[in-house]
Write a protein of this length. Structure first.
Length: 250
């Protein structure tokens, strides 16, 4: 009986991780697997309970299966028709929060991408400002504001084209800029631009790929304090595309 319950629990975990993409259904199967594990504990020989205690045996059994169902799919982006997604991304509104003190202002067509790259369905710029209530600005040598950011995302017909765009972006940046990691991947990459002679700060170039979407952010200044801002803005762009994709399947 204990063996049958154990096999049933393992089967539920395998189905949840290999065949099921719906988050709610995966959770139901996971809870069922946990209950199965507890059932196995109750059927174990009494000698095990006497030596370890029922609570310890339960914890050990559940802990053994928890790592299996905590493994998430590599890409959990909603699947949507890329043509419909492109139209929704263009229309907006942008519904994601940006890292402080940045605030979204408007969406506009963007002139982006490489001429030799894959054909994109759309390219949309997110115009970004600084929250006036925060009152944060970065003075330059002449006392003027030098904080600048250019953020955009592109929609491609398929994930392979988006990956190709990300790889081309990395190759393009590698010519002049310094990669943050030793082996940047299209899914999440950042480069630090070389500062112009006499300048006090360089810039960050960050990009990311998720499903059919490529996003990029160029941010000045490029000091370490603003790396998180650049990365979080890329994440906000990709999350926005996910949000629009969900509207096509709701």
């Amino acid at each position: 009986m204990a063996g049958a319950l154990a096999l049933a629990g393992v089967g539920q975990l395998l189905v949840a991780n290999l065949l099921v993409t719906n988050g709610w259904l995966r959770m139901v199967l996971t809870i069922g697997a946990i209950c199965t594990a507890v059932g196995v504990v109750q059927l174990l020989p009494q000698s095990w309970h006497n030596r370890m205690g029922t609570l310890a045996v339960t914890f050990a059994t559940v802990a053994g299966v928890v790592p299996l169902f905590l493994v998430e799919p590599g890409d959990d982006s909603p699947e949507a028709d890329p043509v419909v997604l492109a139209a929704l991304v263009e229309r907006g509104p942008f519904d994601q929060r940006l890292p402080d003190p940045l605030v979204p202002q408007a969406l506009a067509p963007a002139n982006s991408g490489m001429e030799s790259g894959p054909t994109k369905l759309t390219s949309v710029q997110l115009k970004i400002g600084i929250d006036p209530e925060v009152g944060v600005f970065l003075p330059g040598d002449d006392g003027e504001e030098t904080f600048q950011i250019f953020a955009y995302l592109e929609i491609y017909p398929n994930a392979d084209d988006a990956d190709q765009r990300g790889e081309a972006h990395i190759k393009e940046l590698s010519v002049w800029d310094k990669p943050l990691g030793t082996d940047p991947a299209p899914g999440n990459h950042c480069f630090q631009g070389a500062a112009v002679e006499g300048a006090t700060a360089a810039y960050w170039e960050c990009g990311g790929v998720r499903g059919d979407v490529f996003a990029s952010v160029t941010l000045t200044p490029g000091d370490n304090a603003h790396l998180g801002t650049a990365r979080d803005t890329v994440s906000a762009l990709l999350n926005y595309a996910d949000s629009m994709a969900r509207k096509t399947i709701d």
